[in-house]
Design a protein around this ligand. Structure first.
Ligand SMILES: NC(=O)c1ccc[n+]([C@@H]2O[C@H](COP(=O)([O-])OP(=O)(O)OC[C@H]3O[C@@H](n4cnc5c(N)ncnc54)[C@H](OP(=O)(O)O)[C@@H]3O)[C@@H](O)[C@H]2O)c1
Length: 284
């Protein structure tokens, strides 16, 4: 049976991929920096590996047919890590970004985009059989972006409230990933994944308020104030990437694809469902 290594299995998407692969009865191994605290299902073989230490990857990759790759490690480590993967596994499914989708939300130049495109080129030239999964904005970003302010009080201060996105549920990304990992016929394919609806950031926050039964005051902050205020959600390079993407996206609906229903037979979950199912995480 196909043996699948999930790299990033303790993260938002990877954890879902691991659990859906297990539910399907697939043979799953997960690479983790700290296997003892990975918290993955007992049937998963959890092995220690660090993407910036390529010598730790050979053992993780032994006997593996297909790799699911989430890359959030430093750029400098990519080429050597991919060399190791190529030596062992014939097939890879890479969680990428929608670089080829001609919507302004996805077309702003930034270092993270450059890294993602670089990884795609390395994979294309590696001889691996590849599938790219570029999602739009994750619904789960709300846990990092807005939940801390919602826990602290009744005011959420945020820039570009009118910017629309089509937030995608991590369970839907994983459901498509599982198809690409377990089935034939996906080599050389890029599947752009989005949620089912275009919703402004204001509408997404209002949905969360409704689900929580809270009356939140949602205040627009200026793009000048934003870099400073948003540093709590990530490094400046990520904040600047988001600010330019949201600014460019205002004025037209978000890009919405039907890939999730086409690949899985089930419609992509609306943001309301994601918020309902994560109400406890938002409150926690
Ligand atoms: N957020 C969005 O809206 C969005 C949209 C499109 C694309 N993406 C892409 O999605 C990816 C992030 O996915 P995610 O949110 O699921 O990631 P995540 O929750 O941040 O998880 C990252 C995973 O990578 C592992 N990891 C990090 N550095 C490592 C290293 N040096 N060695 C081994 N493992 C390492 C982490 O393991 P530990 O448990 O050890 O930390 C964790 O399992 C990024 O590539 C991003 O560009 C995101």
């Amino acid at each position: 049976m196909n043996c699948i290594l999930v790299i990033g299995g303790t993260g938002t998407v990877g954890r879902q991929v691991v659990s859906q692969l297990c539910a399907r009865g697939a043979r799953v191994r997960a690479l983790a920096r700290k296997p003892t605290t990975a918290g993955l299902p007992p049937q998963v073989e959890v092995v220690r590996g660090v993407l910036t230490l390529p010598e730790t990857l050979d053992g993780c990759l032994k006997g593996i047919d297909t790799v699911f790759l989430v890359w959030t490690a430093p750029a400098a480590a990519v080429a050597l890590a991919l060399d190791r993967i190529t030596k062992h596994a014939p097939r890879i499914v890479f969680l990428s970004g929608p670089f080829n989708t001609p919507h302004p939300l996805f077309q702003q130049p930034n270092p993270l985009r450059t890294l993602g495109e670089h990884i795609e080129r390395l994979i294309e030239n590696s001889g691996l059989q590849w599938t790219f999964l570029p999602p739009g904005m994750f619904a789960a970003n709300a846990l990092i972006w807005w939940a801390p302010q919602i826990r602290a009080g009744d005011v959420v201060r945020w820039p570009h409230l009118a910017a629309p996105t089509a937030p995608i549920d991590e369970r839907d990304i994983a459901a498509v990933a599982v198809r690409a990992l377990c089935e034939d016929g996906h080599a050389g394919a890029e599947y752009v994944l989005t949620g089912p609806q275009s919703l402004s950031q204001f509408e997404q926050m209002s949905t969360i308020a409704r689900v929580l039964g809270r009356s939140l005051r949602i205040e627009e902050i200026s793009p000048d104030e934003a870099p400073h205020e948003l540093l709590t959600i990530g490094p400046l390079v990520a904040v600047n990437m988001l600010l330019s993407a949201w600014a460019a996206a205002i004025g037209q609906p978000a890009h919405v694809t039907s890939t999730v229903v086409e690949m899985t037979g089930a419609p992509a979950r609306p943001f309301l469902d994601w918020a309902t199912d994560h109400a406890a995480d938002i409150r926690a």
